[in-house]
Design a binder for this molecule. Structure first.
Ligand SMILES: [Zn+2]
Length: 313
């Protein structure tokens, strides 16, 4: 896989601040883009970050709250201005379709491309909702005040790679490596045949990224996100506001870290911070008491999963 990265556009919650925008991020896999949530201002962030609109293949919307969805109509409209012609897939709660129909009708807008709408209600939690030959996206059962789904991006069909040391141990000269990598059987000067399978290493574990926003602490998520490379989990509040978190079906930094620990993920990224907090250091401190490999998400941040994998070895 040539690349698998997550780019953060918005780390705020319901109300934007002068440093935090509403939720949105781009997952880029093999140079194709997948937008995850689309709060107001997302298309400006796409432009600022030089994301090519033509490479946007699908949009995933977790739930129908304004800070996750209000950027959608403007973005879809702009794609028409760019005269997009290839279809765009959108996975979202069914209500978004009604909203878009009204907005487009009342603003006399029409799309130059086909919008393929897939209601998330049609899929059971854990079901694969999108698939290519390299990765798949499945839905995660989040628990918020309204119907809400998270998303798990996960590599599939990961093939074992050529193992230089195995080839050397078998006495294969360097000039045969290319043929073996291409899947050819070779014959050595001493008459031994070397099959490509004989020089393959272990397949690396698949890289995966779990997006969990917005949700209260949900223990049943653990098997779905078990051993993910990167978990983005909302932490709208610090734990001293646990009762407010419960009331609003949000999580605290402590709860996000607890879930990361239970699921044995490799890295935790905290986001969706309430506008009441200016300094986010206490989120880091609170989470670190439970789970050490934690970062605070910030606008413009790029996380390359391959680098995270290596930093962990
Ligand atoms: Zn939200």
């Amino acid at each position: 896989m040539s690349n698998f990265e997550v780019r953060i556009f918005g780390t705020g919650s319901a109300i934007p601040t002068n440093s935090r925008l509403p939720s949105s991020q781009i997952v880029t896999i093999n140079d194709r883009h997948y937008l995850v949530d689309c709060g107001e201002g997302t298309q400006i962030q796409l432009i600022r970050n030089r994301i090519k609109f033509s490479r946007l293949d699908a949009i995933f919307i977790s739930h129908m709250h304004g800070d996750h969805v209000l950027g959608v109509p403007g973005l879809l409209n702009s794609l028409s201005m760019y005269e997009r012609t290839h279809p765009l897939k959108i996975f979202a709660p069914a209500g978004l379709k009604d909203v878009l129909d009204v907005i487009f009708a009342q603003t006399h807008s029409y799309l130059t491309y086909e919008l393929e709408f897939f209601p998330l209600e049609d899929y059971k939690p854990g079901a694969v909702i999108y698939k290519t030959d390299k990765f798949e996206v499945s839905s995660l059962p989040l628990e918020h005040r309204v119907f809400c789904r998270g998303f798990l991006f996960r590599e599939v069909n990961k093939k074992p790679k050529f193992d230089f040391y195995k080839a050397k141990a078998l006495g294969v000269p360097n000039n045969y490596f290319k043929l073996l990598k291409q899947g050819n059987t070779i014959q050595l000067a001493d008459g031994r045949e070397i099959l490509p399978d004989m020089v393959l290493g272990e397949a690396e574990p698949p890289m995966s990224y779990a997006y969990c926003s917005d949700t209260r602490f949900v223990e049943k998520l653990v098997p779905y996100i078990k051993r993910s490379m990167l978990l983005y989990h909302e932490s709208t509040f610090l734990h001293d506001m646990k009762s407010r978190a419960d009331e609003t079906y949000h999580s605290t930094a402590k709860e996000a870290a607890t879930l990361a620990k239970m699921a044995e993920v490799k890295h935790l990224l905290l986001g969706h911070f309430s506008a009441r907090y200016r300094d986010l250091t206490p989120f880091m401190e609170e989470a670190k008491e439970i789970f050490s490999n934690v970062q605070i998400a910030r606008e413009g941040q790029v996380l390359k999963l391959k680098e995270l994998t290596e930093s962990n070895e």
